[in-house]
Design a protein around this ligand. Structure first.
Ligand code: ZN
Ligand code: ZN
Length: 303
């Protein structure tokens, strides 16, 4: 699983920080979380093609999180995309896509579905599911968690051979957690040759939001949390009023949720040097990084 931060600014784009968009690439499939203005160019800069894109999750209907959608959809149409694409987000998203298509008069040859949701399990595929929950922003905004299924434990080849399982397809069945019958009539249960199951990975996207219990719940035990950190402590009151989080607020959420790594994002243009954000957050939660545009973060499998 690889996460690429395409846009890490907030509200107003700068030369250094594009508007919010984060790509997650997993087993050949790409997911996009938010689609700020210029996302398609950032994807090109990051060297990630449009073909693998399966689903776009939109957090909320503030322009800085979805103004990149019209251009991206049109480009995929011009490139004769034929794979289906789904867009998932809050109520109002269908109207936005409909008006976009009508105004720009483009017709998607590819199957384009828009799903309006308010929370719960919103998507699933082989080995993963995506959950959403309302957060605490100035308008209705959704946080998303992509959660992988647990993986079977490591296969003990020596033990399997010792038990008399012949090399071949029976190995695969045991690895997939199925019991197998041997020629001599014995039945071998998978737990005899598999180690403890390995927990799946979890990625959480929480923009824009104040620090809130809903995100702590959503991000519980996550491997990677991308969280709103628009301001430093000196702007705490503005953050609260505008529905955003400070760097230390994001760090408190990460600490309470027990995440492995925190990526601060949606950084205000006022911070030319992000050290202040990093220092404030690391006082609370040391495993913090300030996201930069086009950063690639590997999320390793758990042991
Ligand atoms: Zn925003
Ligand atoms: Zn917003």
């Amino acid at each position: 699983m690889k996460v690429v931060t395409l846009g890490t600014g907030g509200a107003i784009p700068t030369v250094k920080r594009a508007l919010p968009a984060t790509a997650l690439i997993r087993e050949g499939k790409m997911f996009l979380f938010d689609c700020g203005e210029g996302t398609q160019l950032q994807m090109r800069r990051a060297g990630i093609g449009f073909g693998r894109l399966a689903t776009i999750f939109i957090s909320h209907l503030h322009g800085d999180h979805l103004a990149g959608l019209p251009g991206l959809l049109m480009t995929m149409s011009l490139l004769s995309r034929d794979k289906p694409l789904q867009i998932i987000g809050p109520p109002g998203l269908k109207r936005f896509v409909k008006v976009t298509k009508e105004t720009f008069r483009f017709h998607s040859e590819y199957e384009l579905t828009v799903q309006e949701i308010e929370g719960g399990r919103v998507d699933q595929g082989p080995g993963y599911l995506v959950e959403a929950c309302p957060m605490d922003h100035s308008i209705f905004a959704l946080g998303y968690a992509l959660v992988e299924e647990d993986r079977p434990g490591e296969f003990d080849l020596k033990r399997a051979l010792k038990l008399g399982v012949p090399e071949g397809p029976l190995f695969g069945q045991l690895q997939r957690g199925k019991s197998v019958s041997l020629a001599d009539g014995r039945v071998i249960q998978p737990h005899l040759v598999l180690g403890r199951s390995r927990k799946g990975r979890k990625f959480v996207h929480a923009l824009d939001t104040r620090p809130c219990p809903a995100v702590v719940g959503l991000a519980e035990d996550a491997d990677l949390l991308v969280h709103d950190a628009m301001f430093a402590q000196e702007m705490a009151e503005d953050a609260r009023q505008m529905g955003h989080s400070t760097a230390s607020g994001a760090a408190r959420v990460a600490k309470e949720a027990g995440v492995r790594q925190l990526l601060l994002s949606h950084i205000s243009q006022r911070y030319k040097d992000e050290q202040v954000l990093l220092q404030e957050a690391q006082l609370v939660f040391p495993q913090t990084v300030v996201a930069r545009d086009l950063m690639s973060v590997q999320v390793p499998l758990r042991r």
